[in-house]
Design a protein around this ligand. Sequence first.
Ligand SMILES: Cc1ncc(COP(=O)(O)O)c(C=O)c1O
Length: 381
Amino acid sequence: MTELLDYRARFPILEHTTYLINHSLGAMPAAVEERTREYARTWAERGIRAWGEGWWTMPLTVGDQIARIVGAPPGTVCMHQNVSIAEAIVLSCFQEPGARNRVVYERENFPSVRYVYQSRRDLEVVATDDVLRAIDERTLLVPVQHVLFKSAEIQDVEAIVRRAHDVGAHVVLDAYQSAGTVPLDVTALDVDFAVGGSVKWLCGGPGAGWLYVRPDLIERLEPAVTGWQAHARPFAFEPELEYADGIARFLTGTPNVPALYACTPGYDLIEEIGVERIRASSLRQTQLLIDGADARGFEVRSPRERERRGGTVTVHVPDFEAVHKELSERQILCDVRPEAGIRLGPHYFNTDGELEHVLEQIAEIVASGAHERWLGATARF
Ligand SMILES: Cc1ncc(COP(=O)(O)O)c(C=O)c1O
């Protein structure tokens, strides 16, 4: 078995930075370069024939690889550009909600997702600190996160699914912050839908979002957000819509082929290592970060308990935005979220020494005031 740290050589950016921002943009595997060249070569040499030689079905073949990572059966996951599109497709299956027109989600839901539901005037959206209590007979959909994006807290998805199903509501699980670092089994969780992207822990880059639909729901639903890839006979160019069988009916138009090439080297590594092994390493390293923060008197604003802790530790120090900017100048890449603090997201290829280094640097910056030159500057990434 390959030692986790031997995977460092597969990620070029680790040679010159301390890369702790895998909850935002996971490090790029070197193999993406060759894979992207393969895309260009295929287009250059195979031209139009490429569609029949794999390009057309890539949203489904790549989807099957995601399925293996998230505990879904083959033929239940398809690829889209991002989570917003995937959620919009789910929502579009419920065109005339009638009296069951409530959408319930946690107050800290990701903006992209909230906007999709808020845009529908016929829905009543409830953003709450108590999702379980807010779910009732009027609830149509419960689009919640597995791991909260700001605090990295793991939610009790089992309880939410149980409550939602008791009253006839559907759960749409946003697993963006868990897939690839926290074990996820959409079948065992019995969620109705799950969505995610590849930018973060999967190290698959932008443009490769995914949508899972529970097998028994697939043939019963007819998404209004659609396109010719969702048609039963796309190449007949028929004037009337007839949905394809299977997960293909959740597709739209021409697929995002370059992104679907670029995303698979990251998935290959996740599959090779296994999410359970990644989680064990993450739990050990997030504990090191928490202990190191405590020892230096930094406030930890992410969960401490193992069962509730995702892959990111959030450390709050005064003027943390400016401290973050100074870290970035020192080639330490992490990020900040308003009212939260500095987010540190180690992945399987980070060393313990790197964790020690970032904490030492934060302490040194705060003590020396080196960050003061950045006070007032706003950081976007
Ligand atoms: C939990 C969560 N959902 C969704 C997104 C992104 O949504 P989209 O793919 O629409 O950009 C993010 C982060 O970018 C996220 O952390």
